[in-house]
Structure formats: C-alpha cells, structure tokens
Design a protein around this ligand. Structure first.
Ligand SMILES: [Zn+2]
Length: 429
C-alpha cells in the first residue's frame, strides 16, 4: 500500500470520457488514479477513506486563456504601472484563486511583465505556492501601432524583429508565445476588425517558436487574422469573433490540431456588466460589442457543430471579469453556444488535458491519469452553475494531494436521523 493512498468511496463518477456518471469508488495511489469504479478491497486497505455519499467526483478544470497578472482593475494602463513587487504578490494570489476555484490546469495567455508568469509556474511546480498546473507566457508581442495596452507589450516589426522577440521570450523560459494580431474596441483606438500583423511576421514568429518546441497563441478577432493563424499554424486562436465562411472551412480542415478559446465571458461582461466601471452598455454597443457578441455566438455554435475544438476560459482579471468567476465560461457554453453540460465539462477537462499537451494524463478520471480531482456537492450535469460556487467544491486534489478538504468532513459526523442528507449538514459549510 503506497503512502498517501486515498479511497473516494461511493462517488458519482463523471469521468470525462463521455460516459454517463455512475456510482462507484476511486482509488488514488501517490500522484495517480489507480482504480476507477470497482476497487479491490485488499488494494484499498490502509487508504484514507473519503465518504462520497453520492457526490460528484470529476477532473479538475482547465482555463485555456489565463492571466495571473491581470489585476482586477478597470485601469488597463495600470497593468503596466503596477510596481513589480506588488504585481508578483497579485499573480501569486491569482494562482491560488484558480485552484481554489477548482482549476488544476491553466494555459498562460500573456504576462503583464516579463517574468511574472514564469516565476509563478516554477514556484507552483516546486511546491512553494499553491496553484494549477501552468504553462507560462511572456508579454504579448505586437507591431508598432498595434498594441492593445502599450505598457505591457513587447514590440516587434518585420520577420527579423519577430524572430528576435520570440528568441528573447524563450530565453526567459516561456512555454508559449502570444501574438496580439488585431484590435479590441474597448481601447478606443484599436478596432477589433483591424489586422496589424503581416503574413511574413506571423510566419516568422511561428517558425521560430516551433523550431524551439514552443507553441504560439494569438489575440485574433478579425476574419483575416483567424485565417492568418490557420495558414501559419498558430496553435491556439483566442476570440475568433469575426470568423468568416472561408475561415470556418479552414478551421474545420485543420481541426485535428487547432484550438479555439473564445474568452466568451469577456464579451458578455464587457457588454452587460462593465457600467459600474465606467463602460456602460450604450458605450459598449456603440463601439460594436453587441454585434461582435452576436457574430461570435453564431460562429462558435458553428465551430462546435463542425467538431472544431472550442475551449472555455479567458480574460478573467479585469474589474468586471474578476478572478474567481472563471466557471462562468461553462455556463455560457451551455446557455449561449449550444453545448450540452456534458460537452461543456469535457471541453474544460479532457480537452484541457489536450491543450496542456498531456491528453493521456490530464482531464479524465481514468486509471493511470494524474489525480487532479474535484469532489462536488451537486450534479454539474443538472446545473452547470454549481461549479461557480466554491463552497460546493468540497475537496480539491492536485497530484494526489489535497489542496482543499471540506471543513464539515474534518469534524466527527454527529449521528443524524436517517432521512437527513449528510451532504447538507447544517454546520460548517
Ligand atoms: Zn487575454
């Protein structure tokens, strides 16, 4: 019996293979899932037992477009002016908020300062701070005149400039490169349908990154930018709001490798929920966010219909998209994009394992997978919003170690009348 074994007994197993949930046991040995469904009692002997009582056991979630360094502010330029010491503390707190929210996998989508993401990733991996598995990014690369927020941008022009910028970012230890290819209306100056990169620049950046085994992701809202991404093998396309018919066909023809992560909550919240922060709905509509949201929804529904990989997550960390609200994306996938709750969960778990480049180890409750698990008080297939409620995430495990253990479980369970649901015990939660 390996040390640190844990038996989740009588859980509803939501395994992310597409199978319906079923009641059973799950054994964790060390950092891996050892057995799922029926567990040989002899093998489980000596394991710590967590009584599931029918609660849902599922994989930890993935956010495909993460910014630890976005600092919950409405002042975009403040991302550049925040002193680096405070900024590092903020990023550490973001990492913790992600795992507190049930996210055990995150793909970095740009860091406000050079090394903040890389340092956080290394500290998480070394066990010095709590956080999700993380693939780190550097500052986003833009061409002269094409930055969304100048103070957090690494500028480069021409193929040679792109090569140099990519090499410098790889030198500081990033896992992927971010290209900011189009505008964004909230800036007031950069239009979402403008495309700032040339083909030669995208090709050079991608070739240089891939040469070193790094991937490329891109802020790409315009129709042209989406096609440019597919043409040059940009691995992860963010937003893709204005994808046209030709771009849709190109995505479909390349769906074996390309990922789309729309960051849909950013559009919803910027349009409807930013008024308190100085950006009322009329202003958002006037610059085109309503039209963009409508086009994005239509395009993303079509991508889903065609089997293109669309993943949740994105751009949390502004005042109106604060850290800790990440699982809103799953609700939007169900309510706006036509995903079933099961499809939304698979896109956030099994697909998450794919985008993290570890599809055989992450994102499923299967023997041999790493033990990144959530024990949820509720049924996410009946109510996807349960995943937004941290108090319902009773246990959070990463790498076979508990990040969170529900306080109600730690106290001795008092005798209860037979018809009382112990999962809803009155005290402690
Ligand atoms: Zn972003």
């Amino acid at each position: 019996m390996p040390a640190g074994s844990v038996l989740f007994r009588d859980v509803s197993i939501l395994d992310s293979t597409g199978a319906d949930p079923y009641r059973g046991d799950v054994l964790v040995e060390g950092d891996r899932i050892a057995a799922v469904g029926t567990v040989d009692p002899a093998r489980a002997e000596g394991a710590r037992v967590v009584e599931g009582r029918g609660r849902t056991l599922m994989s930890g979630l993935c956010d495909a477009h993460t910014h630890f360094t976005w600092n919950n502010s409405a002042d975009l330029d403040g991302l550049g002016t925040m002193p680096v010491e405070e900024h590092l503390l903020f990023a550490i707190e973001s990492a913790r908020t992600y795992i507190d929210s049930g996210y055990t996998m995150c793909l970095g989508a740009a860091s406000a300062k050079d090394r903040l993401d890389v340092v956080c990733r290394d500290a998480i991996n070394a066990g010095r701070i709590p956080g999700p598995r993380y693939l780190a990014n550097g500052p986003e690369i833009a061409v002269t005149g094409g930055a969304l927020i100048k103070s957090i941008t690494k500028f480069a022009d021409g193929p040679e400039g792109m090569r140099k910028a990519v090499r410098e970012l790889i030198d500081i230890g990033v896992d992927q490169i971010k290209l900011s290819m189009t505008g964004e209306e909230i800036t007031g100056t950069q239009r979402a349908e403008d495309t700032y990169f040339s083909d030669e620049e995208v090709a050079a950046a991608v070739a240089e990154a891939h040469r070193r085994g790094k991937r490329v992701c891109a802020h790409a809202r315009s129709a042209e930018s989406v096609k440019m991404c597919v043409r040059h093998h940009v691995d992860v396309i963010y937003h893709a709001s204005f994808t046209d018919a030709e771009g849709m066909d190109m995505l479909e023809a390349n769906k074996d490798w390309v990922f789309v992560a729309p960051g849909i909550n950013w559009l919803v919240a910027t349009l409807y929920e930013a008024e308190a922060f100085g950006f009322p709905q009329e202003a958002a509509e006037a610059v085109g966010y309503k039209k963009e949201l409508e086009m994005a929804i239509a395009g993303l529904r079509e991508m889903h219909r065609r089997g293109i990989k669309v993943l949740p997550g994105g751009d949390y960390g502004f005042a109106w998209t604060p850290h800790g609200t990440y699982a809103r994306d799953l609700q939007h996938f169900v309510e706006l994009l036509g995903f079933t709750p099961m499809e939304a969960i698979i896109s956030a778990t099994a697909r998450g394992g794919e985008i993290m480049l570890r599809p055989d180890e992450l994102g499923k409750v299967q023997p041999g997978y790493l033990a990144d698990l959530l024990l949820v008080d509720g049924d996410p297939l009946a109510d996807i919003t349960v995943l937004q409620d941290q108090s319902k995430l009773h246990y959070i495990m990463k790498d076979g170690k508990f990040h969170k253990e529900a306080s109600v479980e730690a106290a001795p369970t008092p005798p209860l009348p037979g018809n009382v649901d112990r999962n809803r015990a009155p005290a402690g939660l």
